[in-house]
Design a protein around this ligand. Sequence first.
Ligand SMILES: Nc1ncnc2c1ncn2[C@@H]1O[C@H](COP(=O)(O)O)[C@@H](OP(=O)(O)O)[C@H]1O
Ligand SMILES: [Mg+2]
Ligand SMILES: [Mg+2]
Ligand SMILES: [Mg+2]
Length: 393
Amino acid sequence: MSYDKELAAAKKAATLAASLCQAFLFLSFSTFSLMGICSFMHLGCYKGSILETYMISYIYAWFLDMKVQKELLKSDVHSKSDKSPVTVADYGSQALVSFVLERELPTESFSLVAEEDSGDLRKDDAQETLQRITALVNDTLASDGSYTVSSLTTEDVLRAIDSGKSEDGSSGRHWVLDPIDGTKGFVRGDQYAIALALLDDGKVVLGILACPNLPLASIGSGNQHSSHNEVGCLFFAKVGSGTYMQPLDGSSPVKVHVSAIQNPEEASFFESFEAAHSQHDLSSTIAKKLGVKAPPVRIDSQAKYGALSRGDGVIYLRFPHKGYREKIWDHAAGSIVVTEAGGVVSDAGGKPLDFSKGKYLDVDTGIIVTNKKLMPSLLKAVKESVEEKASSL
Ligand SMILES: Nc1ncnc2c1ncn2[C@@H]1O[C@H](COP(=O)(O)O)[C@@H](OP(=O)(O)O)[C@H]1O
Ligand SMILES: [Mg+2]
Ligand SMILES: [Mg+2]
Ligand SMILES: [Mg+2]
């Protein structure tokens, strides 16, 4: 099975969803830039040329932005029943990916296991939000121009969000989508990813990670905010064919490989930015035991898998706090991106991840990722550290 058609469709869907997300952030920024200009002129500062005024206003607006961007985004950030955040862009991205996959693969039956659903958007008080989502989807489709569709209605968008809705991944083909992975990072202006994978009979056969804020250059030394770096990476992997990375603007892909570092003293490791998502103290004990010298590189989302697949770091450690159950959309795309680049992804007991059991991914204690050479010593350090932590409680 080649999965070439599916890969092309998935790349297109994830790339368009990435544009939607960036447009959402840009619009948020522009709204406040405009407010900045208006406030500046209102304050009676209009004395020089139009250009000068514009430039000074822009700087003024930029300062204003820095202060209020979080406030602005709050109006488009909602809280789900589990208290986790979801934004207008999460829903828009899911609707768009679902729309593009169905358009590009009309002859295939469509089954989608995705993070979001339309439940909250069907409530009376969500109508304004639903309209903003619909406008964002329509604007993205219009600026892409590939599909001759009249504008989608709010009902079309609700239908697209729930289209193919499925929880069963044990047999047949199922798309697995996280429309924005790392929503907290997205809202903060940090890393996030659109993560899309295809399961065939319970196995991940292709995966895409669109990481709009990830520098094209290595973030190995933790320079994810470097202003010299161009950003926007698309990672893609197909079973048996390796992993590639290309700029999100569409330039040529290059094949990537995990780092070959075997000496932990030269290795750096990734973990979640959010301490609530992973036990940082446990990772630190493991790293020390292993002999890792570098401090952790903490970034949001499956951008960690992407960065590891191209050798920016050597290890990714994820140990959710007790009671949390991992979901397949948080790891399906990332895991194939790393394994096709030569890495290994397992739970803390060394078992491969099993994506065939529906939306949950039940793992022993946590998820660990590294290259083949380092995995045995990492597993040993993990086992000892987990036992030590358990006996100290
Ligand atoms: N208490 C918790 N423990 C572990 N993971 C959690 C968590 N709460 C939320 N998450 C998951 O962590 C993901 C982000 O991963 P990371 O910490 O690597 O950035 C979230 O994805 P979403 O942002 O798609 O909801 C969410 O699924
Ligand atoms: Mg979420
Ligand atoms: Mg996620
Ligand atoms: Mg998400």
